[in-house]
Design a protein around this ligand. Structure first.
Ligand code: FAD
Ligand code: NAD
Length: 565
């Protein structure tokens, strides 16, 4: 059985020191742990420890800067710091940054004003995927024809609403616990209270606690955006925060907005028996996706289901149900601005985007003016002040900067910042960050859509080509009787660069990573054509895609001598 050990440092470690701990172990025998810290160069230390006399030596690492840091960027900067890195907001962005900071040897603290884990864990990715796991199973069990095609017969599928809701909330608590424990185990100090920036490198949290840090990351996230005129009562007119609790499954629900949240919830509600009406301001549903993919997705995710829609209209006034009257929704034509229709439904979910949560952060104390609430940053997430100058030692990651409102983007931005503050310049390529919508089947994408790629190509003067493959030719998808889907590759035929990949089909969210990693590593298609995929797997959809591309250059990497095995 393995024992895990955690080294917590709440005071700066800067000199040679040795500590011996006795602590109960998971094995029958108590462990005797002897820890040695040894200076081995400028602001570096080597950690060695012995467990029951067996010695383990870890390599030289950067040590916290608490003693040495004395910045002189501004008269009011502190001379010494409580921490190397202070993160405001313990969502996935803050968590990712903190873990990487510890790995880099930074003394790190994280301030959280509400529950640990932020949006993703408590009110976003995690509970929504729990609900989608249920909707996937319900869909399968309700699809008699699909089951029959395998020779399977089952009785009528049903569900217990509270049981489904509990699955989502239990999963959120579990992952919140894991996230909190991982920070504690690595020695990240968790400071509880609302954080406000008082000046350079100085933050107040809670009522009157002040803490200083060499570098500060703002990671305060976002909240649901509710347009003016819409009254949310939390019961019949709701946001995703309420919907994830699944307190009811309305017979008829209007979903305002057909982006990620709207689409995922349409999958959940229709699987659980609701009828859905989409209200979308733009002229087509799913306007954020590649147009060809959204067209196919509409054929499969919308048309055969109990969903109707109004496009090109704004929901300008929504009044909750009251005194036996239904929810009323006034629709206004997006172009003429004239009243178009009034709908009466049982409930309305407002999924019209998210607003950054940056109020009360004290940005004015450092001359930073937000843009529609978002903190302005450069491509290294360095905060830009009202005069267009970089604010020293201040960064903003995740939803609060609005670059890309995705959990893994927030975390990747945090890691990028930590790389920079520990001496390695790093710019994150946002075009390599994948995204996925977890409907049944899933939609995933990375890089540019076809219209975006064509616009860029015209401006910069390079050729663009498109290759496509269908899941219908994939043995694994056929075996699963789920061959409805496409993959689309947008690329430069002159050099083999991938500009974008879009997938709609079974497990699209998992499949996209091969393409996103290729973009991140700069691997051209002519090299990818030679990569081998196991048969029969869904990954062969991408193999086919690369092979279908017509690139005008040969293999770019040197051909290695074959190695005998
Ligand atoms: C329904 C839904 C489903 C989603 N599904 C996905 C998905 O499947 N995949 C995906 O990639 N993304 C998904 N997202 C988006 C994802 O949740 C966000 O992009 C992500 O949570 C952003 O992380 P963050 O760290 O920037 O902010 P948050 O997660 O919002 O965390 C910010 C934290 O900061 C705290 N805070 C704010 N101000 C202060 C302050 N002044 N002092 C102290 N603490 C403060 C907040 O309490 C919060 O805990 C989903 C979002 C929603 C709403
Ligand atoms: N699977 C995922 O990764 C996932 C899941 C959910 C949410 N998210 C993230 O959360 C963020 C918010 O999601 P979202 O779906 O709320 O936003 P979104 O920006 O994806 O979609 C909002 C939609 O609402 C429409 N709209 C806005 N105002 C309207 C109005 N008054 N009337 C009618 N239509 C209106 C917009 O045209 C748009 O299509 C997204 O940026 C997304 O990145 C990600």
């Amino acid at each position: 059985m393995q024992s895990s050990l955690s080294l917590q440092s709440s005071s700066p470690i800067s000199t040679r020191s040795s500590h011996t701990f006795d602590f109960p172990s998971v094995s029958a025998k108590p462990l005797n742990l002897n820890v040695n810290l040894r200076f081995c160069g400028l602001r570096k230390e080597a950690l060695s420890f012995s467990v029951n006399s067996r010695r383990v030596q870890l390599p030289c690492r950067r040590v916290p800067s608490s003693i040495s840091a004395a910045l002189s960027t501004n008269g009011s900067s502190p001379k010494t710091f409580d921490y190397d890195l202070l993160i405001i907001g313990a969502g996935v962005g803050g968590h990712g940054a903190a873990l990487h900071a510890v790995e880099k040897g930074l003394k790190t603290a994280i301030i959280e004003g509400d529950v640990m884990g932020g949006t993703c864990v408590n009110r976003g990715c995690v509970p929504s995927k729990a609900l989608l796991a249920v909707s996937g199973r319900m869909r399968e069990l309700q699809n008699e024809q699909h089951l029959k095609s395998f020779g399977i017969q089952v009785g009528a599928a049903n569900y217990d609403r509270q049981g489904v809701a509990d699955h989502a909330s239990n999963l959120a608590s579990k992952i919140r616990g894991n996230l909190t424990n991982s920070l504690k185990a690595l020695g990240v100090d968790i400071l509880t209270g609302f954080g406000t920036i008082l000046g350079p490198q100085k933050v107040q949290f809670g009522k009157d606690n002040i803490v200083t840090a060499k570098d500060i990351i703002i990671a305060t996230g976002s909240v649901p955006f509710v347009p003016r005129g819409i009254e949310v009562d939390g019961k019949t007119v709701i946001t995703s925060d309420h919907a994830l609790k699944l307190e009811s499954v309305p017979d008829w629900i209007a979903i305002v907005g057909s982006g990620y949240i709207g689409l995922e919830f349409s999958d959940v509600y229709t699987a659980l028996g609701s009828e859905v009406t989409f209200i979308e301001a733009l002229d087509q549903l799913m306007p954020g996706f590649d147009p060809e993919v959204s067209k196919l997705a509409q054929r499969i995710l919308i048309n055969p289901r109990k969903i109707d829609y109004h496009t090109g209209v704004f929901a300008t006034k929504i009044t909750p149900a009251k005194d036996g009257k239904p929810v009323t929704i006034e629709l206004t034509d997006a172009k003429t601005k004239e009243h178009k229709d009034t709908l009466e439904v049982d409930a309305a979910l407002i999924a019209t985007g998210r607003a950054p949560y940056t109020q009360g952060l004290g940005l004015e104390s450092i001359n930073v003016v937000t843009q529609r609430g978002f903190v302005p940053v450069d491509d290294r997430m360095r905060v830009i002040d009202a005069n267009g100058k970089l604010v020293p030692n201040l960064y903003c990651i995740g939803d609060a900067n609005g670059k890309m409102m995705l959990a893994h983007a927030a975390s990747a931005q945090g890691i990028s910042v930590v790389e920079q503050v520990t001496g390695r310049d790093h710019v994150l390529n946002h075009l390599s960050i994948p995204a996925a919508c977890f409907t049944h089947p899933e939609i995933s994408m990375v890089g540019l859509t076809e219209p975006q790629a064509r616009e860029k190509a015209e401006k910069e003067g390079f050729p663009v080509s498109v290759a496509k493959t269908s899941f219908k030719a994939n043995s694994k998808a056929l075996a699963e009787n789920e061959a409805e889907g496409i993959a689309k590759l947008i690329y430069r035929p002159d050099n083999g660069e991938i500009l974008g990949v879009h997938i709609f089909g079974l497990h699209a969210a998992d499949l996209i990573h091969e393409a996103s990693n290729a973009i991140a590593m700069g691997t051209p298609i002519q090299d990818l054509k030679l990569a081998v995929h196991a048969h029969p797997t869904l990954s062969e959809v991408l193999d086919e895609l690369y092979k279908a591309a017509k690139v005008n250059v040969q293999v770019s990497s040197p051909v290695k001598e074959p190695v005998a095995v």
